[in-house]
Design a protein around this ligand. Sequence first.
Ligand SMILES: Cc1ncc(COP(=O)(O)O)c(C=O)c1O
Length: 400
Amino acid sequence: MTFARPTILSAAVYGAPARRVANSLDVAAMPAQERPVFCISPAALHAQARLFLDGFPGEVAYAVKANPGDEVIKALHSGGIKVFDVASTVEMATVTRLCGKVDLHYHNPVKSLSEIATAWHTFAVRRFAADCREEIAKIAQVAGHASGAELAIRFRLPSLKASVHDFSSKFGVNPAEAVDLVRFAVLNGFVPVLTFHPGSQCTDPQGWVRHIEAAANIARDAGTTLTKLNVGGGFPSRYAASRAPRMETIFDAIRDAATAAFGSDVPALECEPGRALCAPGVSLQTRVKLVRRSNGDLFLNDGIYGGLMEVSQAPDLMPFYRVIRDGQILTTAGGDEFTVFGPTCDPLDVLPHKLRLPADIREDDVIEFAGIGAYGMATSTRFNGYGEADLIEVSEVFTG
Ligand SMILES: Cc1ncc(COP(=O)(O)O)c(C=O)c1O
């Protein structure tokens, strides 16, 4: 059998661009290599961009932190995403280098004075977020007191436990404090916006609905007609252990809640998804390094210090997976359960669930994990000298 020869985009995840296309089964059939391989599909990233651009009732920004890789940003940009939510000045530089002059939100609620100044002067950022008076005062110090820049006040409600990661413990003020901050923002010459984050991988539309209701009350109590409401990220992706509703169900719930809560004064809506835009566009191919058959232990060439970081934080984010040998998918039905370790010497480097794998699984077999594009690539470490991966463009990515 001959395989289309794919082009390796780079020897490290965020390296120089190149091109070519292969199916991820073809990738697995290439001669065995030491490093794990991320298979990235621009077509799948375009499809996610379209899902949001066509379905969300407002502006869609990509939260770059979820995956700041060049190939991901370029694919989402060419797929129609023109607004980016950036967490740092480094992300501003990356987006500007790849996409030219685009609209940037700086919605990290914690920024140093010099970061705000760089954002304002170098990258022309005019959309900020804050959750305390001190931060608002710093932005006003850079922007001046009649800037007309947008300032999104980040508020929070008690957690519904509907998301995998709860963000309310770190950022956001309660609704009464938000009323005060909206007034303070107006006094300082900003256009007030409200923003929240329902928690990452939020699978219940109520996560958005109740915040939208609270936003209407905050605006009313502050005596402001809100022109914009940012409903954050949190939109779910597909994982084996996390059942998510269809995205359209969440979009409809957001649209209906905004109409019900604001009546004739519905603000323009914005969202800033990270995970849902980038996760489905990337799979991760790991190779078996060793099977210790006597006790059912199996070692891979990547683990929780690399592309599988999120699984260690939240077992619900366990991805779909498949096993490939010589370009053929092996059945796992009737197989054995293995404890799956990563390559480092740290005992924490283990998946939280045992995996069912073919009983005769052996060195160099490939285990491919689906929907891995969010956060794991971005947070991959160099622990024990690992952390380098190859990046290969595929026309069709494994989605589980
Ligand atoms: C301000 C802000 N917006 C958007 C996101 C993206 O969240 P998600 O990846 O859950 O969509 C995050 C995640 O940390 C965030 O902090």
